[in-house]
Design a protein around this ligand. Structure first.
Ligand code: NAI
Length: 306
């Protein structure tokens, strides 16, 4: 497969590194900064000789080089600084992503697109509208990361292996995300059987603030190791057509009582993108948070200049 990663910053370059190690085919990395994607690509090519991969990685400032990509991953734009919400990024990132989307439509019209740029659900909507691609071919990465954070806090609390925890988080990628303890299991055992409601609530809160906790510690930039791991899990499902069930920011057409917006839901992912949206039964509080979450996303969409 040919994969293009737009944006050679922290998330983009780490994603390319993880992908290159899997030998998925050819990888192109682009950025507006001259020399940045080229330099990182050379470095990653040389790592292949030591790590044992033959993936061809090239860096470019020219969109023509993404021609005929099977998969395009968008990571271009600015990240949060301490005290900022993801929504504070709308103006700057929507301008960048408008240009990115028009180039994807021009050069890689048959690609599947995974958006990572924040505010996630709002920008993913912009990508779908601006490329004009079918909604099932455009989706966002959020829930795999949020669920990974939840799972890691659960494993820490239970002092058990992270490998045994399967968590589920849906809703918007922000303060109104909805971690779902009743659909979270540890080796098949539902979480509410293992931890008190109080402890679960504490872990849910830490998950919701998981990104901000890292932003505060770093003082510059935001998380990228776990985000790139989450992106690669989704990219692999597309490249291998593996039909994995994963949370993704998907375009809703009536599911969960929502129409015409993107937010996180469990989906089946394969070579054609989102093959199915799974509708889970939620409790009243969770529906309520989803409704509030959708309001924030709608407000953000109305601020887009598209
Ligand atoms: P970064 O600042 O390290 O990298 C961003 C890169 O985008 C820079 O190299 C910059 O030159 C490039 N860029 C800017 N304008 C561009 C344009 N017009 N065309 C091509 N490239 C352009 O930022 P980082 O940490 O890599 O984050 C990237 C984005 O991903 C941010 O919006 C961040 O909020 C988001 N993010 C989303 C996550 C999620 O869960 N969905 C998780 C982590 C980050």
């Amino acid at each position: 497969a040919k994969i293009s990663v737009i944006g050679a910053g922290n998330v983009g370059a780490t994603t390319v590194q993880r992908l290159a190690e899997l030998e998925p085919g050819e990888i192109v990395m682009t950025d507006i900064v001259e020399g940045l994607p080229q330099g990182k690509a050379l470095d990653l090519m040389q790592a292949g000789a030591i790590n044992g991969y033959d993936t061809r990685v090239t860096g470019t400032n020219d969109y023509a080089d993404i021609a005929d990509s099977d998969l395009v991953i968008i990571t271009a734009g600015i990240a949060r600084k301490p005290g900022m919400s993801r929504e504070d990024l709308i103006k700057t990132n929507s301008k960048i992503i408008g240009e990115v989307s028009r180039n994807i439509a021009k050069y890689a019209p048959n690609s599947i697109v995974i958006n990572v740029t924040n505010p996630l659900d709002i920008i993913t909507y912009e990508v779908m509208k601006t490329t004009g691609f079918e909604p099932k071919k455009v989706f966002g990465m959020s829930g795999v990361l949020d669920a990974g954070r939840f799972a890691s806090f659960i494993a820490e609390e239970l002092k058990c292996s992270k490998k045994d925890v399967e968590a589920m988080v849906i809703g918007g990628h922000g303060d109104l995300m909805v971690p779902l303890p009743q659909y979270t299991t540890v080796s098949g055992v539902p979480l509410p059987e293992l931890l008190s409601d109080e402890t679960i609530a504490k872990l849910v809160e830490r998950t919701v603030n998981g990104g901000a906790e890292i932003v505060e510690l770093l003082k510059q930039g935001s998380a990228f190791y776990a985000p790139s791991a989450a992106i690669v899990r989704m990219a692999e499902a597309v490249i291998k057509d593996s039909k994995r069930i994963l949370p993704a920011s998907a375009y809703l057409e009536g599911q969960y009582g929502q129409e015409g917006i993107y937010f996180g839901v469990p989906v089946k992912l394969g070579a054609n993108g989102i093959e199915e949206i799974l509708e889970l039964k939620l409790d009243e509080n969770q529906y309520e948070t989803l409704r509030n979450s959708s309001e924030t996303i709608r407000k953000g969409i109305s601020q887009l200049e598209i």
